[in-house]
Design a protein around this ligand. Structure first.
Ligand code: NDP
Ligand code: 8X3
Length: 246
């Protein structure tokens, strides 16, 4: 039985992935700050799921949770770096520096730190890493500023890990989704109405769509590496260049 360690399993992609991986016969360690949600998931998924409550930015709490993994969950075959967030939609010149730092601390620093922490054991097990980037890594948009920057880091870090890990058997994938209806926009804007308005009529992707993609990547034969996957709902495509006229 293989074990996946999925950060941010209290909502959205991570929660859907926890369900999909357990259903497919994996053991799952699911993480997040909201203990009640992890308890609910544990009640639903049973013995194959272990909830680990910590803030990904808190390295001491993370290491304590890793050291306390129960029998059978300690040998991680797959790290899914999913926990992350956007905060704010303002242009850079109106944005909050506190929000910028929270996004960098969570999406960049914590992701790099947990990867560094788990690399030796992933190498020993010839495991895999799936990082959740975004279309925002490749396509700039007004208000994307630091969020897009953090996701560009995730994409490029993933590709560079591939280079460094050549010959170890460890696989690395960057998943780059577009619009998906989760709690993402509620967290970003603080408004359920803004979230509902954004997704209304757009046919957004769901957590389940991303979970199926993650499972497909994870279960490919060990000689295959998917480097990147960019995916969008059919109703989302590209805008042209913006031109400001004096
Ligand atoms: P959700 O808001 O639904 O889920 C985010 C998850 O991240 C939650 O489980 C949350 O757990 C966890 N998380 C956030 N901050 C922390 C923290 N400091 N410590 C621990 N856990 C944390 O959003 P999504 O499922 O949509 O987002 C998952 C990933 O996908 C993110 O990296 C996001 O940037 C990315 N993404 C999302 C897209 C979308 O359109 N939805 C598109 C492209 C990428 P808790 O609050 O309990 O700690
Ligand atoms: C989330 C997708 O387009 O809101 O990463 O930036 S987008």
């Amino acid at each position: 039985m293989r074990t996946a360690f999925i950060t941010g399993a209290t909502s959205g992609f991570g929660e859907a992935a926890a369900r999909a991986f357990v259903k497919a016969g994996w053991r799952v360690v699911g993480t997040g700050r909201r203990a009640d949600r992890l308890e609910q998931l544990a009640a639903e998924l049973g013995e194959a799921f272990h909830g680990a409550v910590f803030d990904v930015r808190d390295e001491a709490a993370r290491d304590a949770a890793l050291d306390a993994l129960p029998e059978g969950f300690g040998e991680i075959d797959l790290l899914v770096n999913n926990a992350g967030l956007a905060l704010g939609t303002e242009p850079a010149q109106a944005a909050s520096l506190t929000n910028w730092k929270t996004m960098i601390d969570t999406n960049v620093t914590a992701l790099a730190s947990i990867t560094h922490r788990m690399l030796p054991s992933l190498i020993a097990r010839r495991g895999a890493i799936i990082n959740i980037s975004s279309v925002a890594a490749s396509y700039p948009y007004t208000g994307g500023n630091v969020y897009g920057g953090t996701k560009a880091f995730v994409r490029q870090f993933s590709l560079n890990l591939r280079s460094d890990l050549a010959g170890t058997g460890v696989r690395v994938t960057s998943i780059e989704p577009g619009m998906a209806e989760t709690e993402f926009t509620l967290i970003r804007t603080g408004s359920q109405q803004a979230s509902d308005t954004l997704y209304s009529g757009a046919g957004p992707m769901t957590g389940g769509d991303i979970a199926e993609t993650l499972l497909w990547v994870a279960e490919l034969p060990p000689h295959l590496n998917i480097n990147t996957i960019e995916l969008m709902p059919v109703n989302q495509s590209f805008a042209g260049f913006a031109v400001h006229r004096e």
